[in-house]
Design a protein around this ligand. Structure first.
Ligand SMILES: CC(C)(COP(=O)(O)OP(=O)(O)OC[C@H]1O[C@@H](n2cnc3c(N)ncnc32)[C@H](O)[C@@H]1OP(=O)(O)O)[C@@H](O)C(=O)NCCC(=O)NCCS
Length: 155
């Protein structure tokens, strides 16, 4: 998928020529991704496992701010899939400096659009309690047929 350009929402001090791009290129610098995840307080994960997860994901979507020749990773999402019916979205994140200006919504819309283009009809995700309403606004419903999700964790 070619990178998609969209204007950066105006924020204080934001140069007007800045743009946001989406990319499905999975050659992402893992240290950049770790920095992004650190910025929202996520627990660190071994980079070799993160690399493997990215390699084996069905869709990897990164969001970049471009200012002149400089690019900065400002958002990320990925999805795993059976390539036919189902996909599950993971690791949705927008850098705190760029939150609350519509970019999380744009990232999720782009994710849904990419999955729909692949004819995936059943999109699921696991929402942390504080973001349930963020996903609701995008059309996701918590357990529409009653609680079906079941989890197994090692002791
Ligand atoms: C959740 C997250 C991706 C949202 O990104 P964002 O860029 O701030 O979201 P947006 O500005 O696009 O918000 C879109 C809409 O959702 C609402 N929204 C954003 N965050 C919300 C939240 N935590 N709870 C409820 N609503 C929220 C916004 O008010 C906006 O509503 P509107 O369309 O009516 O104006 C971002 O806050 C983030 O990265 N959080 C830390 C990581 C995380 O928790 N990820 C989810 C793991 S399940």
């Amino acid at each position: 998928m070619p990178a998609v350009a969209m204007p950066v929402p105006m924020r204080d001090g934001q140069p007007e020529d800045a743009q946001v791009f989406f990319s499905t290129d999975r050659e992402i610098d893992l240290y950049d991704l770790e920095e992004l995840c650190d910025a929202v307080g996520w627990a660190r994960r071994p980079l070799r496992k993160v690399r493997k997860a990215i390699q084996h994901s069905f869709l990897v979507l990164s969001m970049w701010e471009q200012r002149g020749a400089k690019r900065r990773l400002i958002g990320f999402a990925r999805a795993t899939s059976d390539h036919a019916f189902n996909a599950t979205v993971w690791d949705v994140v927008v850098h705190p400096d760029y939150q609350n200006c519509g970019l999380g919504k744009a990232l999720m819309k782009q994710t849904i659009e990419c999955l729909r283009r692949e004819d995936i009809s059943n999109i699921t995700l696991f929402a942390d309690p504080h973001v349930v309403d963020f996903y609701r606004r995008l059309g996701f419903m918590p357990d529409p047929e009653g609680i079906k999700g079941m989890f197994w964790y090692p002791d």
